[in-house]
Design a protein around this ligand. Structure first.
Ligand code: APR
Ligand code: PHB
Length: 390
């Protein structure tokens, strides 16, 4: 078998890359470990930057997103018994976010790819990239061999692509946080119009949503927390304690339909390339979800990779491929900083550190009282616009 680009992983990065390449006349095969049903059912984050929405719409896969996505012009930071709105319309005029589940993006991309006759293989075992340091790379899987011009490693943080790069090539930059998030999806209308990021002495809580009927919540919990420690009654009690902290706010409860624990970690591998193997999305970098940047970074990476590959096929010049990693990393590091910053701002750390606690409260007070500080949060949250080269 032969294709131009062998793509490992059918998450948002791999699927969008396959679609964008198709629009430029470049063919690919996508190899995915899990089933289509699994990929479509996995509940993940749900905040899309304007640039992400524009990318999907321009690529012809944004119809349902424009119909069903929820446009938000602000978020609330809740702490110390009061809510403070960060008003995007005032701080970053003309820019907003769209709340739309990542699994919906994945569904839309799979449907579009299959409609165009794409070769996506689900449930393939033993996917392994080979000879990335030669000009004849190939991928093996389930006893078969796929020859290609380049390999795109879009297989997420736990994927195989990054692991096959010989030691010494990549430098990893990492930070672990001493807590995780318990994510909850519930069949209940949101009790708020905009997202609420709440800091309390018992830990962080986030009230998000998916639709007018479905709410999404997160609770800061100890690292490696067992979901079994959180029966529904405990979830609702803790959400109420952490969110019902301002006068008049009452949290509606309902049927919980999904519950999972997500570790909180920051990670970057540099460079995002080894020969003809290019890493994109979570395969190369992850952020804690507090800044809602993971999916948006994956989209930014595959935009750049598509442009670089198209340039290579059209002109024979590898200039953009050679610049791919540096071009991605500029945005990646901005998002790393922002995600770390939001995480530090809102979570409860070692409760004995009274000094750290005071710093955090001062920081929150500053972000919600200074227009300059709020604008910094808003500009990063809605996402920095794409530069001409992106
Ligand atoms: N072989 C083939 N496929 C694999 C392998 C493997 N060995 N390992 C993992 N995969 C698949 C996973 O099953 C998953 O479908 O690769 C895909 C990776 O998808 P994501 O983890 O969603 O990563 P990415 O496409 O980069 O999207 C980034 O995902 O984690 C969130 O917050 C993150 O929103 C961001 C987005
Ligand atoms: C979500 O809705 O899943 C979500 C929203 C905001 C975040 C993280 C996750 O910061």
């Amino acid at each position: 078998m032969r294709t131009q680009v062998a793509i490992i992983g059918a998450g948002p990065a791999g699927l969008l890359l396959s679609h964008l390449l198709h629009l430029r006349g470049i063919e690919s095969v996508v190899l995915e470990l899990r089933s289509r049903a699994h990929a479509e059912a996995r509940v993940r984050a749900g905040v899309l930057e304007q640039g992400t929405v524009d990318t999907l719409v321009e690529a012809g896969v944004g119809d349902r997103l424009l119909r069903e996505g929820l446009l938000h012009h602000g978020i609330e930071l809740r702490f110390g018994g009061a809510g403070h709105r960060v008003a995007f319309e005032k701080l970053v005029p003309g820019r907003a976010i769209t709340v739309y589940g990542q699994q919906e993006v994945v569904k839309d991309l799979i449907a579009a790819r299959l409609k165009d006759g794409a070769d996506i293989r689900f449930e393939v075992d033993d996917v392994m990239p080979h000879a990335a340091d030669t000009d004849r790379p190939y991928v093996t899987f389930g006893g078969q061999r796929l020859d290609c011009d380049v390999i795109a490693g879009c297989d997420g943080f736990h994927g195989v692509s990054r692991q096959t790069i010989p030691p010494g090539v990549l430098t990893a930059y990492e930070r672990e946080y001493p807590f995780a998030w318990l994510g909850v999806l519930a069949r209940v209308p949101p009790s708020t119009e905009e997202l609420i990021y709440a800091r309390t002495d018992r830990g962080f809580a986030l009230h998000s949503m998916r639709s007018p009927e479905i709410s999404r919540f997160y609770l800061q919990v100890p690292p490696d927390e067992d979901v079994a420690a959180w029966p529904d009654t405990r979830v609702w009690a803790e959400l109420k304690t952490r969110l019902e902290t301002v006068p008049g706010f009452e949290l509606s409860t309902g049927e919980i339909v999904d519950k999972s624990v997500t570790p909180m970690r920051s990670y970057v591998a540099e460079p995002m390339r080894y020969g003809r193997l290019f890493l994109a999305g979570d395969a190369a970098h992850i952020v804690p979800p507090t800044g809602a940047k993971g999916l948006n970074l994956a989209v930014a990476d595959v935009r750049l990779l598509t442009r670089a590959l198209a340039h290579w096929y059209e002109t024979g010049s590898a200039d953009l491929l050679d610049g791919y990693s540096d071009a991605c990393l500029k945005r990646v590091w901005r998002a790393q900083h922002f995600s770390w910053w939001m995480t530090t701002l809102l979570h409860t750390f070692d409760s004995d550190d009274a000094y750290g606690h005071r710093l955090q409260l001062s920081h929150l007070d500053y972000v919600t009282s200074s227009e300059a500080a709020a604008a910094t949060l808003a500009e990063n949250y809605v996402g920095l616009p794409y530069g001409a080269a992106e």
